[in-house]
Design a protein around this ligand. Structure first.
Ligand code: FAD
Length: 290
């Protein structure tokens, strides 16, 4: 069992980091696809990869299963995500202990979305209400863990205002978060403004921009609706102007331009929502090598 590195260390180097996000596949075919993507992306040596944690009981096993493969067979620094959905505090501690036992030392600490069919997040009895509480729980019991939290440049959909959202983000930082990964955005100005606002709110930990290489107009419209991110008209027009088969290339190109500007302007790196596919991320990474 290898001991990993706290991701917070990567932010102190003088080169931008890059990371990739996978999700736990639903079945064996999905698993093969994900591992194929991981193999294709491996030569680019991401600084870390993360694997999401979905709602429902099955995810606990699946996230752990694939997190272990990504760590032990591919040698990635892996940051499993963990959400408060459906877990008591005691269960969360057991899951964290399991991750620690397996040699993971970074966790993305999230509240999670309401389970399917529910429109509001309600903590279960003995459970946690906000990500801040999960961050505190981790800090208190697993002090060596690196902790990432989510940040919302265009505001979390449930939040009444950007100001409120930033206040709660600051609470996560004060509870012990090491870095923030942002929700996806397609206009870099949104990220730069968020950084400015974070600065004013005395949020001083690194803010890693999260980018989605768009696969199709339908996908991006769905995602933007779900997380209330704005879709620039220029990107929408570019996607609509090409055949469906060519839309992934447009998405990769857009993300490439985002990376170029973000890195130039001093972002600490970038996080690609690879969504278990390698093609678009590869295009971006190949281009960056040039
Ligand atoms: C980088 C990233 C990765 C993600 N990975 C996953 C994943 O793996 N699995 C998954 O299910 N979801 C994931 N999500 C989605 C996330 O779970 C949802 O956006 C969820 O609705 C909020 O989670 P959070 O951790 O940001 O919650 P919180 O930080 O707890 O915030 C939730 C809402 O509550 C508000 N709030 C916080 N504290 C308080 C308080 N004390 N009083 C009143 N209001 C408060 C916030 O402003 C916000 O509106 C991810 C999101 C991001 C940005």
């Amino acid at each position: 069992m290898s001991k990993g590195t706290s991701i917070s260390n990567f932010f102190t180097r003088d080169k931008p980091l890059f990371s990739l996000e996978f999700f736990p596949p639903k079945n064996e075919a999905g698993g093969e696809k994900m591992l194929k993507a991981a193999a294709a992306l491996k030569p680019h040596n991401p600084d870390f990869v993360s694997i999401t944690y979905g709602a429902g009981g099955g995810t606990r096993k699946t996230t752990m299963h694939y997190a272990k493969i990504l760590k032990n067979e591919f040698g990635f620094e892996v940051m499993p995500h963990l959400t408060c959905v459906g877990h008591t505090k005691t269960e969360l501690l057991t899951i964290l202990e399991d991750f620690a036992q397996e040699g993971f030392c970074n966790i993305m600490a999230l509240r999670g979305d309401p389970p399917k069919g529910e429109d509001e997040f309600r903590p279960i009895e003995g459970g946690l209400s906000y990500a801040t509480e999960l961050v505190s729980l981790i800090r208190k019991n697993f002090s060596h863990f690196g902790i990432g939290v989510g940040g919302y440049p265009e505001k979390h959909p449930e939040s009444p205002s950007k100001k409120d959202d930033l206040l709660h983000l600051k609470e996560k930082v004060d509870a012990g978060a090491d870095f923030i990964t942002t929700q996806l955005f397609f206009d870099n100005q949104v990220y730069f403004k968020f950084l400015e606002d974070c600065g004013k709110a005395n949020i001083e930990i690194p803010v890693l921009p999260g980018l989605l290489p768009v696969q199709s107009i339908g996908q991006v419209q769905r995602f933007c609706k779900m997380c209330e991110a704005s879709l620039p008209t220029e990107l929408q027009n570019k996607l609509e102007d090409v055949e469906k088969d060519n839309q992934p290339a447009v998405g990769a190109d857009w993300a490439k331009e985002q990376v170029k500007e973000l890195v130039k302007e001093g972002a600490p790196g970038f996080h690609l929502y690879a969504l278990n596919q390698s093609e678009a991320s590869l295009q971006i990474l190949e281009w960056l090598k040039k």
